[in-house]
Every structure is written in structure tokens, then in C-alpha cells.
Write a protein that binds this ligand. Structure first.
Ligand code: HEM
Length: 281
């Protein structure tokens, strides 16, 4: 289906000549030339106005995106959908903000034990808008953790973990673990006293876990001791491994949300179908 043309905006419409603005004298040729020029200007503007439609149409013809987008944007939502349903999208926004600010921080951060602390000081004190971007990333991490818990609480209290959405709940649990791992690995990166010792404590807590605990701690430390490799390992996990996994799982999570639809609030009773109601009478 072709997307209909949008109306031509007023600013692009041809204006009628002002009274008295016609060319002086009987210069018919001059008037014709002016009219011709105006006509060509009008045509050029109309062609320019069609460019976005042609580009969208070109893309749509080759990707078949419009049926997908229509189904996505006009899908039905249960009656009673409320602000609590925005917590998932808010978590998604927090993740995207972390990804964007993280890219800019990675341009200046140096994950070596001798330079990590100073590179963060450099970002805060000297890089243009560095303090803002670093602050957004640091506080954004907390915001994402708070939002993911609120979103999980919403889905729990609305019973959204029940059939047929169990798999989406499980995907969500993995997302929660990955988000916590993201916060944990990021905490070491400023490499000041607090982040260093907090990470030592955190890794030791991991080591005390049953069976897998000691192996997990060795993996995180990159050996039995904290070394220079520990910092680069945390950095690689923090900025490559986990964000990649989170992005892929968010894709699966949202696919399931769109496929299964969202759960109605628990205080809404299912409406009886008309014919059933009539049978009861
Ligand atoms: C990065 C983390 C996450 C993102 C970006 C995310 C995003 C979303 C979005 C946008 C929705 C649809 C709208 C809504 O209900 O808010 C949703 C639904 C859902 N999410 Fe998440 N989510 C995340 C983590 C989690 C976690 C940790 C759980 C639970 C352990 C979870 C379980 C669910 C369930 C069961 C639904 C279906 C809700 C329903 O049917 O009403 N999600 N998620």
C-alpha cells in the first residue's frame, strides 16, 4: 500500500501576487518570465516536499516494514492499562541512556591500573561536558536498577508471570541478573579506594557461593589474586559482554511482549461474552 502524500504546508504554497506588485510598464515578456520563474520555483518546492515520502516509500517497498510497524503501533492493549505499564519502557530508556553515555566515556577512559583513576579525573575536570556525561552514567546506573525492580514488582503484582508469559518472566530474571552484574563490574572502573575494596568484598562474597562460587571468583579476578588483568577483565565484561547480552535479551523480551500482549490489571474482571450472559438468563 502506498503511503498517502501529506498536505503541502502553507509556507510552501504559492502566494497570490500583492496588489500593485505586478511588473511596471506593459512588459508582457517580463511578466511571463516572472510567472515562469514562479512556476519553476513552485515545482521545485513540490518535488522537495515529496523527497521524504519517496525515501520512506523506497525503504518500505524493500523492507516491508509498514505492516510490521502498523501491527506494532496499533496493537490492542487491555482496558485499564495505566502508568505502571510504562516502567518497562522506562527501564529500556535507562539502558539506552547508559549505552550512549558509556560510548562517550569509553573514548577517554583508560582501563590500566596506573591510569584508570586519572582518566576518570580527566573526564570530570577537563573534557567538555565530561562531568555531565559521567554523572549521567553514574546516576543512570542507580536509576536503571531502581526501575528494573519497580518493573519486576509491577509484573509480579499484576500476575504477568503466569501462563502464557512464564518464558518472558524467565528472560526478565536473566535481564535482572545481567543488570546487577553490569552495576557490579562498573563499580570497579573509577579505581579509587572505595571501588577497589568494595569489589574485593563483592568478589569474595561470590567466592563463598556453593560449587561454582570459587570458579566464578577466579574468573572475575582473572586468577587467584587481584592483578592488572582484573581491571581490564571487568572493563571488557562491563562494556562488551553484558551490554551485548542485555540488548539481545531485551529484543527477545519485547518480541514476547508484542506477541503475547500485556496482562490486564488484576482488579478488572473478564467481561462475559454476550451470548453466555444471555444463556444464563
Ligand atoms: C532491562 C530490563 C528490562 C526491560 C528493558 C524490560 C522491558 C519491558 C517492557 C517495555 C515491557 C512491556 C510494558 C510493561 O509491561 O512495562 C515488559 C513487560 C514484561 N516484563 Fe520486562 N523488562 C525488563 C526486565 C524485566 C524483569 C527483571 C522482569 C521480571 C523478572 C520482567 C518481566 C516482564 C513481564 C512478565 C512482562 C509482561 C508484562 C505483562 O504481560 O503485563 N522484565 N518488559
Amino acid at each position: 500500500m502506498r503511503i498517502p502524500k501529506p498536505p503541502v504546508p502553507n509556507a510552501l504554497k504559492r502566494r497570490p501576487p500583492r496588489p500593485g506588485s505586478r511588473p511596471a510598464g506593459n512588459g508582457r515578456a517580463a511578466a511571463a518570465a516572472a510567472a515562469d520563474k514562479e512556476l519553476r520555483r513552485q515545482e521545485a518546492l513540490e518535488q522537495a516536499a515529496e523527497v521524504p515520502i519517496s525515501v520512506v516509500g523506497w525503504l518500505d517497498e524493500r523492507t516491508g516494514a509498514s505492516p510490521f510497524l502498523r501491527a506494532m503501533l496499533y496493537r490492542k492493549t487491555p482496558r485499564g492499562t495505566n502508568w505502571y505499564y510504562t516502567l518497562g519502557s522506562a527501564t529500556l530508556f535507562a539502558f539506552l541512556s547508559q549505552a550512549v553515555t558509556g560510548v562517550f566515556l569509553a573514548m577517554y577512559y583508560d582501563p590500566s591500573p596506573s591510569n584508570a583513576y586519572n582518566s576518570v579525573r580527566h573526564i570530570i575536570n577537563e573534557v567538555w561536558l565530561g562531568e555531565l556525561v559521567r554523572g549521567m552514567h553514574r546516576w543512570g546506573a542507580t536509576v536503571m536498577v531502581v526501575l528494573i525492580f519497580l518493573h519486576m514488582g509491577r509484573t509480579f503484582f499484576f500476575g504477568a508471570y503466569k501462563y502464557p508469559r512464564e518464558l518472558n518472566w524467565v528472560v526478565g530474571v536473566v535481564l535482572l541478573i545481567l543488570t546487577m552484574a553490569m552495576a557490579f563490574t562498573g563499580y570497579l572502573l573509577p579505581f579509587d579506594q572505595r571501588s577497589f575494596w568494595a569489589t574485593v568484598v563483592g568478589v569474595n562474597i561470590n567466592a563463598s557461593g556453593p560449587l561454582l562460587g570459587p570458579y566464578l571468583a577466579d574468573f572475575l579476578r582473572a586468577g587467584p589474586e587481584f592483578t592488572a588483568t582484573t581491571l581490564s577483565r571487568f572493563y571488557a565484561i562491563h562494556m562488551l559482554l553484558i551490554p551485548g547480552l542485555i540488548a539481545a535479551l531485551i529484543g527477545a523480551h519485547l518480541y514476547l511482549v508484542v506477541k503475547l500482549g500485556t496482562t490486564a490489571p488484576p482488579w478488572l474482571k473478564a467481561e462475559k461474552r454476550r451470548e453466555l450472559a444471555r444463556e444464563e438468563i
